[in-house]
Each structure stands twice: as structure tokens, then as C-alpha cells.
Ligand binder design. Structure first.
Ligand code: NOJ
Ligand code: CA
Length: 679
């Protein structure tokens, strides 16, 4: 073993031999030995290297943070002590894509000394799992010592960067996380958000992200020369990156890796690096399906503001509640119920009231009506990025909703990147990025406050997901990417590959409230720019592919009543799972998931493709031995094509068993959705 490590290390850091530099190194393997991580102090510079199945993933890359008040990692540091630990435990999710999660990893905590022999107050903890690596900085300064982080210098370096493919969206842009994905070489990345997904020339798939982002700035990635990506923390409005004190931990920097693209989708590394549930009994947090007074506003059929076209009326809400009760939905989202939407709401969040209804919306009446039907009102708080106005009203707003039986609120932060408005302690107006330390704390504050009222949160224009649903299970879902809404008015709308790109990037971070299920795909005609660029079958398949514990049937309800046969799949598909398996797929091309309903025998399958039609052979080996299932199949018809025949859908039934295989035929931007009903 020792021989292999030494050879590996010097092969990767061959320069050590040729340049006669000194280095102390520590090695840690994943439990299955496939991943090897080496940490070394290369001539006084702490660096790390990662190999996977004997192939280099990360070449020597710097570690470190820089501080305003203290000396940071740009000084000679040597590895001092190393503490090792191993964990193998299984924990349970109250809701999720799988009920049981296995956390198996080997850990080293590395501390450093400075040149003059003093203990350096920041150590680095590494955890090596079978599906990747996580590491974080742990500061041990004096209890009340002020710490200002001015820069993070962590690097992620890759060889053959000219040949490495990358899928990414830009960071620090006006549209937050709501961009179409770029597919470029690593060489052509500029500044990117995470998760950033890559396919190396060796065929290894890698995704860089972070876990447990609490009281810190989000990490974005800058491309530097020679294949180096470097952490770039989103600044606060005072120019610093992070302000903290005493003992602190950074979020985990994560590198997920797999031979197969599906390996990334099956990884639980982000969740495993988060703290266990801090809320105790969370039986009040309920996954489920909902409809809403929503799409009508995006289509401009209704308005959020008052007037003739006002969407959020008492009558319409009751009509939607009737529909929800009839077809088995748990809740009805109502947007535009509160005052403040008249005028230019996008630019003036200060006028929103979160307790005052428009006169044509009677919150008591609708919530009482819903209670009788067993349907909940789902709350909505659009802040337009005026967070002080929201924070000032938060208690009253959550209290009001709780009194009316609301258990879930969708929040919104529509403001351009960098334009979040807050008023500081001196009364000065400051502008922040959505992913700055200030906002990271604000989003979590809203989730923690809501928990006190037994309310769950679904954040739109959020901070990216870093797995905090494990610690705060009432953070049910979020947007944080380009969702369905762009098909109504986006320029351009979402392309056929977009939901595939989401699957292999954004979805690695956690659930997304994408809001699938548009049935009237071409509301302005097939040739209009704004339409949904998928087949109908793909809209159904998205309920299985794009995981969220709350799933919306996003279209106007009349469009479902016009196609009850296809709608049956949305009625049947659950939003909470016993297990989930990505069974086939390639980044940028297609994805196939099988998921088992929570506490149930039924399985569901969703397959989606990009602009290419394709046939995929699937083994049904995930089904239970000895059991028969009725496969209720919703697939693209013979002539289906997203541009010309998006509604061509075949609904078939077949009896299948575990040893069977199925041929899935997908049209251009098409899909297949299957319920395997246990017999
Ligand atoms: C943006 C959200 O993503 C969308 O769902 C919502 O309807 C609007 N903001 C208004 O709040
Ligand atoms: Ca949005």
C-alpha cells in the first residue's frame, strides 16, 4: 500500500523530484479505495491532489483563505498534526428522493504550523467518500476576535483543460441563476456558478459545488491560467467577502466524481456533508402536489395587481380549491393576493404589505373553504428584493398565515443580481448580491423563523441549494435556475436541452421547484417564439426526472380538464420517494430515472431527451423480485416532434416483471413517463 501511495504521489507531483523541494504528505483513500486524496505542503504551500481509479482528477491545487486582520495561507506553512476518522452510518430523511442515506467516508483533519513554529489557526478537514471529496476550513481564533475574509485562494486544477468539456452558467450576472447553460471547454469558462459539471478527457465526470453554506459567501469559480479554476467568493456590499469571528467553519468545497454521468446523479455527498436535522419533530413538513393562480399571470391572461384581470380573487381561489379537491392536490398557491403589486412591483418592493389583502381576496373565506375540502392555501411573499421591508413584517406575516392554516410559503426575490436592497444599522441603503453572506443569512433566517410557525419555505430567486434541507427540513424546495416561467415570456424560452442540463448541474444541488406540467404547449401557436419546446410526454416525465418534494401542475386548470387521460399521470405521480436511481443518461443528451414511491410498492420512471430523438433500452431490474406490475406508459406517439406534433401521445398498458426489458422511444425533445403499478 505504502509503495502505491508514494508512486502515485510523486507521479502526480513529479515536479517535487525535479525541483528538489521539500514536502510532507498525507494520504487518504475512499472506503472503496477508488479515490485517493493527497495533501502536501509543497515548499511551504498547502496543496491537494485527487486521483480516481488511478487517473488524475485534480492536479496539485492550492488551499487557503486570506484575512484582513490576520495572516492567511500566503505564508510558509507546514503540515503539523493529522487526525484521522472513519464513518459508516445510515440516516433517514423525513422526506426526500430516498428514505435512507448511507454516509461512508474516511476523514483527515490537517493542521499547520508557521515557519516560526507557531500553530496556524486554520485547519482543513477532508472527507473522502466513494462518490467524491469534500473539504472545509476550520478557524480557531480567539473567541471574540474579528475575522474578515478578503479572499479565498482554493484552486481546482485540471490537466488537458483544452479538451475538458464543461456545463455551466455565469455568476455575478443580472439574471442570478436563471441562465441557459453553456457547454464549452474548461478553457472557455469565464466566471461560473456551481454546481459546475465537467467531463474530463479520461471519461471521468466531475462536479464542483459546495455543501452547508451557512454564514459565508457563496463560492463561484474563476478560470485562471493553465486549467485552474479558483474560488471567488461573492462580495458583501462593504467589499469584504465574509465577516465572522472566533471559531468558524467554511462551507464544504465538494468534488463529486464518477466514471458515468449517472454516478453524479446518484450521489448523496452534498447531503452527507450537512448537519443532521436541527428542528426535531418535523412531521408538520409535508411534501405534496399543488396547483396555483400563477401561469395566468405569466401569460398575461391575469395580473398580480388589482383591476379587471386580477388573478387572486376569492372566487377563482375557491374554483381552484374545488379542482384540487376533485383531483387529489394538496394545495393551491395564490400569487398577487396582497397589496403592493400595482405599479412597477419589480422595482419597488418597499410597498409590499404581507398582511393586507386586496379587497377582492378574502383570506378567511378561502382558507375555511379549503379546510372543508382538505386543500390548503399555499402562501406567497414576493419581496422584489427589498429584504428589510420583508424582515420588518416577517413575524406578522408568518403569524397571519399560520392562523389561516397555511403550512407552506413560496417566497420571491425578483431583483437583478447585485440589486437586493437592505437598510443597514445606520439607516444607509445597501445593495447586495443574492449569493452574498448577507443574503445567505437572510434566506436561512426566513426558514428558521418560518419553522417557529410550522411553516415550510419554497424560495424563488434563492441562494443556491447546498443541502441545508437535511438540517432544516422545512426548506422544502427552491428555484435557483431557469424554470418553466421562461417559456411564457423568456427571450429566449427554455431550449430542448435545458431540462437535461438542469439534471446534470443544478439538480445535483437539491430539489427544484421547476413547475412542470404545461399541457397547452403552444399558447400563441406552434411557430411563436414563446412556447414550451417539448412534447407533452416530456412534460409528464419531468415529474420524475426533476426531483422536488413539492410538485406543481403549472397550467391553467381548464387545460387539464381537456386532457384527463394524460392528466392521470400527474394525479398518480407522488412527490416523495423511498428510493431513486438514475438508470441511464449522458450529460447534455438524455436522462432516465426510476423512483419508488415512499412506503409503497409502485415505481415510476421518467426519461427525457434533448433535441435528438432516441431509443433507450432499459432493464427493469429495479422492480421487486417475483412481483408483477402493470406498466402504465405515457410515451411520444409515432409522429411526435416538439416543433410540429408535440401533443402526439400514446398511452399504453403492459404487464411487466423484474427480468423484463423495455424499449423507450423518445421524440425530439420528447419523453416517456411510466407508472409501474404493483399488482
Ligand atoms: C418569480 C418567480 O419565479 C415566479 O414563480 C413568480 O410568479 C414571480 N416571481 C412573481 O413573484
Ligand atoms: Ca424566477
Amino acid at each position: 500500500m505504502l509503495k502505491r501511495l508514494t508512486i502515485c504521489f510523486f507521479a502526480v507531483l513529479g515536479m517535487l523530484l525535479t525541483q528538489h523541494v521539500s514536502a510532507k504528505m498525507e494520504v487518504v483513500f475512499s472506503p472503496d479505495n477508488a479515490i485517493e486524496l493527497v495533501v502536501a505542503d509543497v515548499d511551504g504551500t498547502p496543496k491537494y491532489v485527487i486521483e480516481y481509479n488511478g487517473k488524475t482528477v485534480i492536479t496539485p491545487s492550492r488551499l487557503g483563505l486570506m484575512f484582513k486582520e490576520q495572516q492567511g495561507f500566503r505564508q510558509a506553512l507546514k503540515i503539523d498534526k493529522v487526525v484521522r476518522n472513519s464513518v459508516n452510518q445510515t440516516w433517514e430523511q423525513p422526506w426526500g428522493e430516498r428514505k435512507f442515506v448511507n454516509d461512508k467516508h474516511n476523514e483527515i483533519l490537517v493542521s499547520f504550523i508557521t515557519e516560526n513554529g507557531k500553530t496556524f489557526p486554520v485547519s482543513v478537514r477532508f472527507r473522502v467518500f466513494n462518490d467524491g471529496v469534500g473539504f472545509r476550513y476550520e478557524g480557531h481564533f480567539g473567541e471574540s476576535e474579528q475575522i474578515s475574509i478578503t479572499k479565498e485562494i482554493t484552486e481546482f486544477s485540471f490537466e488537458k483543460h483544452q479538451e475538458t468539456e464543461a456545463w455551466w452558467i455565469p455568476s455575478r450576472g443580472w439574471n442570478r441563476y436563471e441562465y441557459l447553460y453553456n457547454k464549452t471547454t474548461l478553457e472557455s469558462i469565464d466566471r461560473a456558478h456551481t454546481p459546475l459539471t465537467m467531463r474530463l478527457p479520461s471519461g471521468i465526470h466531475v462536479s464542483i459545488h459546495e455543501a452547508a453554506l451557512v454564514d459565508f459567501a457563496a463560492m463561484t469559480l474563476d478560470r485562471r491560467r493553465d486549467g485552474i479554476l479558483r474560488a471567488n467568493l461573492t462580495p458583501r456590499s462593504d467589499g469584504l467577502k465574509v465577516k465572522t469571528h472566533g471559531q468558524f467553519v467554511s462551507p464544504w468545497r465538494t468534488i463529486q466524481m464518477s466514471d458515468k454521468a449517472t454516478g453524479l446523479l446518484n450521489s448523496s455527498l452534498i447531503l452527507n456533508l450537512n448537519e443532521p436535522n436541527k428542528l426535531g419533530d418535523v412531521s408538520w413538513v409535508k411534501p405534496g402536489k399543488y396547483i396555483g393562480i400563477w401561469w395566468g399571470m405569466h401569460l398575461n391572461v391575469n395580473t398580480w395587481g388589482s383591476g379587471e384581470k386580477h388573478g387572486a380573487t376569492t372566487e377563482r381561489t375557491m374554483e381552484y380549491m374545488d379542482f384540487a379537491a376533485k383531483y387529489g392536490f394538496d394545495g393551491v398557491l395564490v400569487e398577487g393576493w396582497n397589496t403592493g403589486w400595482d405599479g412597477s412591483w419589480f422595482h419597488n418592493g418597499d410597498v409590499f404589505s404581507f398582511t393586507e389583502s386586496y379587497p377582492d381576496f378574502d383570506i378567511s373565506k378561502v382558507s375555511q373553504y379549503g379546510e372543508k375540502l382538505g386543500v390548503r392555501l399555499i402562501g406567497h411573499h414576493e419581496t422584489s428584493g427589498s429584504v428589510t421591508n420583508y424582515e420588518d413584517q416577517m413575524q406578522d406575516a408568518y403569524d397571519l398565515y399560520q392562523k389561516h392554516g397555511v403550512t407552506q410559503i413560496k417566497t420571491g426575490y425578483v431583483a437583478d443580481g447585485g440589486d437586493i436592497k437592505r437598510i443597514d444599522e445606520q439607516g444607509i441603503v445597501r445593495h447586495e448580491w443574492h449569493d452574498s453572506q448577507f443574503m445567505v443569512k437572510h434566506y436561512l433566517h426566513s426558514v428558521k423563523e418560518a419553522a417557529k410557525f410550522q411553516i415550510s419555505i419554497n424560495t424563488h430567486e434563492p441562494i443556491k441549494d447546498t443541502g441545508l434541507r437535511r438540517t432544516y427540513p422545512n426548506w422544502l424546495s427552491r428555484e435557483g435556475a431557469r424554470g418553466q416561467e421562461f417559456n411564457a415570456w423568456g427571450s429566449p424560452p427554455n431550449s430542448p436541452v435545458h431540462t437535461i442540463d438542469l439534471t446534470y448541474t443544478r439538480m445535483l444541488s437539491g430539489p427544484m421547484d421547476f413547475t412542470p406540467g404545461i399541457f397547452n404547449l403552444a399558447f400563441d401557436g406552434l411557430d411563436a417564439e414563446n412556447r414550451v419546446q417539448t412534447t407533452l410526454a416530456k412534460q409528464l416525465a419531468l415529474y420524475v426526472v426533476l426531483y422536488s418534494p413539492i410538485q406543481m401542475a403549472a397550467d391553467l386548470i381548464e387545460h387539464y380538464e381537456q386532457n384527463l387521460a394524460a392528466f392521470q399521470f400527474i394525479r398518480d405521480v407522488p412527490a416523495d420517494w423511498q428510493d431513486s436511481i438514475a438508470i441511464a443518461g449522458e450529460v447534455g443528451e438524455f436522462a432516465v430515472f426510476a423512483r419508488q414511491q415512499r412506503e409503497h410498492q409502485d415505481w415510476f420512471l421518467g426519461a427525457i431527451t434533448n433535441d435528438d430523438r432516441r431509443t433507450i433500452d432499459i432493464a427493469l431490474s429495479f422492480l421487486k423480485e417475483g412481483k408483477s406490475y402493470e406498466a402504465q406508459i405515457y410515451q411520444d406517439g409515432e409522429n411526435a416532434d416538439w416543433k410540429t406534433k408535440p401533443y402526439d401521445l400514446d398511452i399504453l398498458k403492459r404487464i411487466v416483471k423484474k427480468n423484463d426489458t423495455m424499449k423507450l422511444k423518445l421524440a425530439t425533445s420528447g419523453g416517456v413517463a411510466i407508472r409501474f403499478k404493483a399488482l
